[in-house]
Design a binder for this molecule. Structure first.
Ligand code: SF4
Ligand code: SF4
Ligand code: SF4
Length: 309
């Protein structure tokens, strides 16, 4: 008896892959249509608020981090945070640095959201849960958030944190104390700093002041205002006594990261559909091979002398 089926060939596989390629072409065409992907790189307003952190003035007293917890009603209000997490939107990182004469000194670095001028988190968020306001803060709307965590992947500073224990999976980060700003108050961290290490004001003014401080304090600061140009500029700016690379600041170019985030987001449907198509094609191929093997086995069994059906 001759079997009516043949072993699945490369042709079968290519046929299945053809569906994948067709889907890829369709999805790429869809992805290329900018109207389908919101280029949400935020509002860039150079007159907007900014925050200047002068690391030469910070003593690591933690007043800012604890005030931040209090202002944001975070748990464990007296516990000093050691990282950004859902309980802490800011923390003070101690960095041990060797000075030119070989002594090791601490440099304290307050960290929080940088409130980028072109926020990658905003561009990556497909549902508009993150938004750059004209006033400067990058704000979050928990009502819109679907917990996809794209913002976490996109942020070049590792800022957004995810509430794993919450089934709704919310994101947490500093929002520049917008409710306090609405009341004409400065952010809680700025108000709490006893050493003048934090200054709040229009970003452009802060930049001008930072440049003047560098120019008039020879040797006190490195000639670099972190956040002036990084990823297209950030609302939070830093002055430092040592190179920023020694303090763990990422070396980032001047291109706004959202270009990358948007590119990724544009490709996301294409990649997802392609992977799905290829997996489907392979699945069909394997299924067909199993079927043919089963039929071949049955065919051999029926050929055996004395074989019972
Ligand atoms: S630092 Fe990260 S979370 Fe903050 S605005 Fe920039 S991309 Fe968004
Ligand atoms: S601006 Fe407000 S939320 Fe952001 S670090 Fe300062 S106190 Fe915390
Ligand atoms: S309150 Fe001021 S001095 Fe104290 S840790 Fe914060 S930034 Fe530094």
């Amino acid at each position: 008896m001759k079997t009516t089926h043949t072993e699945p060939s490369r042709r079968d596989l290519l046929k299945g892959m053809g569906c994948g390629i067709a889907t890829l072409m369709l999805s790429t065409a869809l992805a290329a249509n900018p109207s389908l992907v919101e280029a949400s790189s935020g509002v860039v307003n150079e007159k907007a608020w900014g925050l200047l952190v002068d690391l030469t003035r910070c003593t690591g007293c933690q007043s800012c981090a604890l005030a931040c917890k209090d202002a944001n009603d975070r748990p464990h209000p007296k516990r000093t945070p050691i990282a950004l997490d859902t309980d802490a939107y800011s923390f003070v990182d101690e960095r041990r640095i060797e000075n030119p004469v070989g002594q090791v000194e601490s440099v304290y670095v307050k960290r929080q959201c940088m409130h980028c001028l072109h926020p990658a988190c905003v561009s990556a968020c497909t549902v508009g849960a993150l938004r750059k306001t004209a006033e400067g803060p990058v704000v979050y709307d928990a009502e819109k958030c679907i917990g996809c965590r794209y913002c976490q992947y996109a942020c070049p500073f590792g800022v957004p944190t995810y509430e794993w224990e919450n089934p709704l999976g919310l994101i947490h980060k500093c929002q520049m104390c917008t409710s306090r700003l609405d009341e004409d108050e400065s952010p809680a961290c700025v108000a709490a700093c006893p050493n003048g290490a934090l200054r709040f004001g229009p970003r452009q003014q802060l930049l001008a002041q930072a440049r003047a401080q560098i120019a008039s304090n020879s040797g006190r600061y490195v000639e670099h205002i972190y956040g002036e140009h990084e990823v297209g500029g950030t609302s939070v700016l830093y002055l430092s006594p040592v190179p920023f690379s020694a303090l763990g600041f990422p070396a980032l170019g001047e291109d706004p990261n959202p270009r990358y985030a948007e590119a990724v987001m544009r490709q996301t449907p294409a990649i997802a559909l392609t992977v799905a198509s290829v997996v489907t094609a392979l699945h069909l191929f394997m299924q067909r091979r199993q079927q043919v093997k089963g039929e071949a086995t049955l065919h051999i069994a029926t050929q055996k002398p004395g074989a019972e059906l």
